[in-house]
Unconditional design. Structure first.
Ligand SMILES: [Zn+2]
Length: 212
């Protein structure tokens, strides 16, 4: 974690690229962000998270236009370089496993794997996704070695990372993954609206994805 200091009377957490932040501190970050009174590095970091979530939404919009779940993902290295992009392809490829996170991880194989030495590379990658990863994607993230996940909208039905980190199974493995849950209410509601409209278009009317 970075260091706290006071800037204009606010507690500001100065983060460095290798720092990982946890969702329990979300309120503090948002308060700092909304106050927008200082140029602390925390603000830069939050804006970066939102910027990459927006890129994931570009993929979600493509998936939507193609006629499948409007969910997208991007994987970013610790220097802010996007190393892969993915989107849901379940109905476009007739593949139940073609979730956005899995799609992005498949495309990042050259970054994740050392094929010469038959090992997983050490990485400091962050996966950004528009929706909280399901159990399949959560386990795929674990097996990929990705260390941080940021998502726009919580999924109370299928979202798995928070539940798996609570244990009791594989708790040591899941302790290697940090997450930031829904850092922006606007982006959370953007995803919820897209999923609600997707459901309505295919004749499913429920209240699961109402705005928060
Ligand atoms: Zn999934």
């Amino acid at each position: 974690m970075g260091l706290f200091s006071k800037v204009d009377g606010l507690n500001v957490l100065h983060l460095f690229p290798q720092d990982r932040i946890v969702s329990q501190m979300r309120e503090r970050y948002l308060r700092v962000l909304q106050c927008n009174k200082n140029k602390g590095r925390i603000i830069v970091m939050i804006k970066d998270h939102l910027k990459f979530l927006e890129l994931a939404f570009e993929e979600a919009t493509l998936a939507e236009s193609e006629g499948t779940y409007p969910i997208g993902a991007v994987i970013v290295d610790n220097e802010g370089k996007v190393v892969s992009r993915g989107r849901n392809r379940v109905f476009t490829q007739e593949d139940c496993t073609a979730h956005a996170e899995v799609d992005a991880i498949r495309k990042a194989g050259h970054i994740l794997l050392d094929t010469t030495n038959k090992r997983f590379k050490k990485n400091d990658l962050t996966l950004y996704t528009t929706c909280e990863p399901c159990p399949m994607c959560t386990c795929t993230i674990l097996l990929s070695g990705i260390k941080q996940v940021v998502w726009a909208a919580d999924d109370d039905e299928y979202g798995a990372i928070r539940r798996m980190k609570e244990g009791p199974h594989f708790i040591n493995q899941f302790n290697t993954i940090n997450y930031i849950a829904s850092p922006s209410l606007d982006l959370e509601n953007k995803q919820r609206k897209m999923l609600k409209e997707w459901n309505i278009r295919r004749g499913i009317v429920n209240t699961e994805w109402e705005a928060k």
